[in-house]
Design a protein around this ligand. Structure first.
Ligand SMILES: Cc1cc2nc3c(=O)[nH]c(=O)nc-3n(C[C@H](O)[C@H](O)[C@H](O)COP(=O)(O)OP(=O)(O)OC[C@H]3O[C@@H](n4cnc5c(N)ncnc54)[C@H](O)[C@@H]3O)c2cc1C
Length: 487
């Protein structure tokens, strides 16, 4: 049985960021992920906002880590080359009552030392954002807010961790943990086993179940579902800043988001659900979301809708992050209740976990030879004519466009596969192929063929997102012979 210093359960943004930070030290690290790729949990289904740090007081852990995490994004982007833009955030008030709440948010922002935060008049709001409804009465401007591509961010964190020696095991669902002579023996559902001195529980929606496997704290993760609606990149609603309504007790409300990929997104809802796997979106919620979004940005239109998705926030009693060594069992750090702003806070969460491990006596010596940055991810869509010509000279597959909606070339898809992403969704999240107007209608088959060619897998073996998500089941002629296809 292989032995590690630290095993991290879950490779969402929390687990991947933690692996990235810990891989700087002379430690043997294993990241165990039940999905087919990293970031396939809550971390792929969110609003992609780097929050401004004015929603929560500094008395909460999530409030402190949000502010710290926010400040770390430029450096991370410089090193890891993932899409991120500090576009700024507006909170728009449409009534006197809302304006009073926004003023309180502003005062909290000042207390939290949010750089450049402003309480704005109607005129200032309209000057800052031309897409905003002229009914706005005033609001708040936080120039430090931003948008990030959540998938590429998680992929980059895991790539840097791997470059520094962390080992990632996908399709590795931890189902058993036994304490044996100062070590945890972890068993996966398929029988694989490894040992670790320390374990970090970063299992998102399933952190309560993982805690139970260890015989540790009993708590309940309550999924709070959020539906999001994505508009075509030609939508006239694309704002220059993220536009928030006035928040409620449980949610920051329905936002109009200029995604870093150039599309407009509206959402999310906030609904308690019993089912952690519930990923449905509903006509009723869609109607409500569009009504709320149009109230802030009149150019939002259902006619531009290209797809919808939902994700559930892993909330727990107390509504704060629970990041602490287990008080029940030794050798376990709990990172549970990482709901919003978990994406924003992630770089600070990772350092917080590192510091907790240090306090627990884990010796950390920086590696002598450290990889500190990743090579640039080139995209033909962003290349000038001269650059595109040079890329074509280097390899003609750079100008063979596979995804027409998002202008993604064969070379970009091959690059994603060579970086370890071999499901159709893995390619989609890495390159954006299939994220445009036709939602993969034209390119999915071509992508399947490229995956098969590059990996040696048969077309039938390739999945959308792992598990039993196979896309092809065989040739129609052969299935017809076996009477599996009637006509
Ligand atoms: C609708 C919505 C919008 C949001 N918007 C924002 C936003 O704009 N900004 C922001 O800062 N935050 C936002 N959030 C919150 C943010 O997405 C989460 O806080 C964050 O993604 C949580 O990351 P995580 O790594 O803790 O969990 P996850 O990403 O869920 O990762 C946990 C991983 O653990 C794995 N796992 C579970 N059990 C096991 C097991 N037994 N063995 C092995 N692996 C296991 C899972 O497969 C999963 O990949 C939003 C959330 C939602 C739902």
């Amino acid at each position: 049985m292989e032995e590690y210093d630290i095993a991290i359960i879950g490779s969402g943004v929390t687990g991947s960021a933690t692996a990235c930070v810990l891989s700087r030290y002379d430690l043997r690290i294993a990241v165990l992920e039940k999905a087919a790729d990293v970031g396939f949990g809550v971390s792929k289904a969110n609003s992609g906002i780097v929050h401004g740090g004015f929603h929560y007081p500094l008395t909460t852990l999530k409030g402190r880590l949000e502010i710290q995490g926010n400040l770390m994004f430029e450096k991370l982007q410089y090193d890891l080359d993932f899409p991120f833009r500090r576009c700024g955030i507006l909170v728009a008030a449409f009534t006197e009552e809302e304006l009073a709440i926004v003023h309180k948010l502003y005062l909290r922002g000042v207390e939290n030392r949010v750089p450049g935060i402003e309480f704005c008049s109607r005129e200032r709001m309209l000057a800052l954002e031309e897409k905003l409804s002229s009914d706005v009465m005033g609001g708040l401007y936080a120039p430090n807010g931003g948008v990030v591509e959540p998938y590429r961010y998680v992929f980059s964190l895991s790539e840097l961790a791997k470059a520094n020696g962390a080992e990632f095991f996908t399709r590795y669902e931890v189902v058993k943990a036994v304490r044996n002579q100062e070590l945890w023996e972890l068993t996966a559902v398929d029988g694989r086993q490894l040992r670790a001195k320390w374990v970090v529980n970063a299992a998102g929606l399933f952190a309560d179940q993982v805690s139970e496997i260890f015989g540790a704290e009993k708590f309940r993760i309550v999924p709070r579902k959020g539906e999001e609606y994505l508009l075509d990149r030609n939508s006239k609603a694309y704002p220059s800043k993220v536009i928030f309504p006035v928040p409620t007790a449980h949610s920051k409300g329905v936002l109009v988001i200029p995604t870093v990929g150039g599309t407009t997104m509206v959402g999310p809802t906030a609904e308690i659900t019993e089912d952690k796997k519930d990923a449905a979106t509903t006509a009723a919620n869609m109607k409500a979301i569009f009504a709320m979004a149009k109230n802030m940005v009149p150019a939002v239109s259902e006619r531009d809708l290209i797809t919808s998705f939902s994700g559930s926030r892993p909330s727990m009693a107390g509504e704060d992050f629970m990041i602490a060594p287990s008080e029940v069992v030794p050798g376990l750090i709990q990172a549970a209740g990482i709901q919003s702003p978990g994406l924003t806070a992630s770089p600070a969460v990772a350092e917080y976990i590192r510091d907790l491990l240090k306090e627990q006596g884990v010796r950390m010596t920086e590696k002598k030879h450290l990889v500190t940055s990743l090579p640039q991810v080139r995209m033909i869509r962003e290349a000038s004519l001269e650059e595109a010509a040079a890329l074509h000279q280097e390899n003609p597959s750079w100008t063979r466009i596979i995804c027409r909606c998002e202008k993604i070339s064969e070379a970009e898809i091959v690059n994603a596969i060579r970086r370890g992403h071999t499901t159709v969704d893995g390619i989609k999240f890495y390159t954006r192929a299939g994220m445009g107007r036709c939602q993969g209608g034209f390119c999915s088959y071509k992508i399947l063929k490229i995956i098969a060619r590059e990996t040696g897998m048969s077309m039938e073996e390739i999945t959308k997102r792992g598990r039993s998500g196979n896309l092809l089941f065989g040739k129609i002629t052969e299935l017809a012979e076996k009477d599996e296809v009637k006509s």
